[in-house]
Write a protein that binds this ligand. Structure first.
Ligand code: PLP
Length: 451
């Protein structure tokens, strides 16, 4: 019988994370303090992060031990299965061998608990009682709420008000795990109250929600802040995806010619690809492809320069491909792919041509999602569907060229709490929006020259 799932036993959960900073040809430039323009030090970050995570943020040690308590919780859903997409291959009539790693098996339905669990663990160990964080569509808020409940940490989530009103199921998921969820802007923080005074009906934005969460953490001694993507320690934690996949490919007697992941902040892409990039850096021929929406084309159209990590300009300057921190993303359904920049690690790898990038509009992305759902069964998250579209294009090229390539992608989550997006697709209401070059130029022209 041909194998469809390649599964590993619990004892094969990786015991260490892989830190690609040990092997990158060029390290990302350091984050800069917006006041002094000097590299930020541990003291700048310690009001909102525990020292253990700050150490991971700057570490260039290749392997970092995963704590026993984190492994115990990972075992609730890890190792995640690697699937061979036989039915999709057949439907496409492609000679390509298509594989996907399925991260939707986590309790929150995406890859995000791979980092929310260790982040909760290190904060708990540092004596922190509460985590304040923001969430847009709700995936990160849900993953952090889950982690808080498993480690006995309180979680306060500032959720962008439009999503709070339009996406009640994710809010209920967070509340079920015991979190307190405020629609943002809220009247709980100074930054929230300021916005509400000016505009009582403000729909909110991720930038406003970040400002509220950071203020909450900075003004309470027992409270820290947590981020679900972009930072080095987040990408580090996500490497369990790629490390497991490498073992699973060994079992399958195969190896990917191309590794594909959708890219919002870059954490699932970094996590799935880093262990394979290790081989590429050491001479193996293979490709890594980042897939983004044409409405938020950070790698494909952004500029590589220092910018703020948030809209309000509260964070350090980070060296990233950016559309400008006041970029206002159009309301596409892949809410997780609407960040104005990408992780500094991903950006440096892209700059050094170790990663490629492509972008697609949401109608072709949902066409791909439907083809996948009808053959493989799983309804993918709209974010993950971007990777699927790139896979279909690779498979088509293999067909045209008669090549038997091995194509591997990360299915970062399921779409069962995103069914409104599918309803809009079925009703023919999805529209493509390509972010105009002119607007990108305008936003970038406003950036201060730093670094
Ligand atoms: C948040 C999210 C993403 C985008 O975040 P990355 O940091 O780029 O991985 C992608 N897929 C799913 C399912 C998500 O929840």
């Amino acid at each position: 019988m041909k194998e469809t799932k390649i599964v590993l036993p619990d004892r094969e959960i990786p015991k260490q994370w892989y830190n690609i900073m040990a092997d990158m040809p060029h390290l990302p430039k350091p984050p800069l303090h917006p006041g002094t323009l000097k590299p930020v030090g541990p003291d700048d970050l310690s009001p909102i992060f525990p020292m253990s995570l700050i150490e991971q943020e700057v570490s260039t040690q290749r392997w970092i031990d995963i704590p026993e308590e984190v492994l115990d919780i990972y075992a609730l859903w890890r190792p995640s299965p690697l699937y061979r997409a036989h039915r999709l291959e057949k439907a496409l009539g492609t000679p390509a061998r298509i594989y996907y790693k399925y991260e939707g098996v986590s309790p929150a339905g995406s890859h995000k608990p791979n980092t929310s669990i260790p982040q909760a663990y290190y904060n708990k160990k540092a004596g922190i009682k509460r985590i304040a964080t923001e969430t847009g569509a709700g995936q990160w808020g849900a993953a952090m709420s889950l982690a808080g409940s498993l480690f006995g940490l309180e979680v306060t989530v500032y959720m962008v008000r439009v999503s709070y009103n339009q996406k009640p199921y994710r809010r209920i998921q967070m509340e079920t795990w015991g979190a307190t969820v405020h629609p943002s802007p809220s009247n709980v923080t100074n930054s929230g109250r300021k916005i509400l005074e000016a505009d009582p009906d403000s729909p909110g934005s991720l930038g406003i929600a970040i400002s509220e969460a950071v203020e909450d953490a900075a003004t309470h001694n027992d409270t820290n802040y947590a981020l679900g993507s972009v930072l080095n320690h987040v990408l580090l934690h996500q490497t369990v995806i790629g490390l497991e996949a490498k073992k699973q490919f060994e079992l399958a007697g195969d190896y990917p010619d191309v590794v594909i992941g959708c890219c919002g902040g870059g954490s699932n892409l970094g996590g799935v690809s880093s262990p394979f990039l290790y081989d590429k850096i050491h001479g193996r021929e293979m490709r890594v492809v980042a897939v983004e929406p044409i409405s938020c084309p950070t790698l494909t159209k952004g500029e590589f320069r220092y910018d703020f990590g948030d809209t309000a300009g509260l964070t350090p300057y980070l060296m990233m491909y950016t559309l400008g921190h006041d970029f206002v993303p159009p309301g596409i359904h892949a809410g997780g792919l609407r960040y104005h920049a990408d992780a500094p690690i991903i950006c440096q790898l892209y700059h050094d041509k170790l990663i490629e990038a492509v972008s697609y509009g949401q109608t072709v992305v949902f066409d791909a999602a439907i083809r996948f759902a009808k053959t493989e069964g799983i309804i993918p998250a709209p974010e993950s569907a971007h990777a699927i579209k790139a896979v279909l294009d690779e498979a088509e090229r293999c067909k045209e060229e008669g090549k038997e390539k091995t194509v591997f992608f990360n299915l970062s989550g399921h779409g069962y709490l995103d069914l409104t997006a599918y309803a809009d697709y079925i009703a023919g209401k999805l529209e493509d929006y390509e972010y105009p070059d002119e607007k990108i130029k305008q936003a970038l022209a406003k950036l201060p020259a730093v670094g």
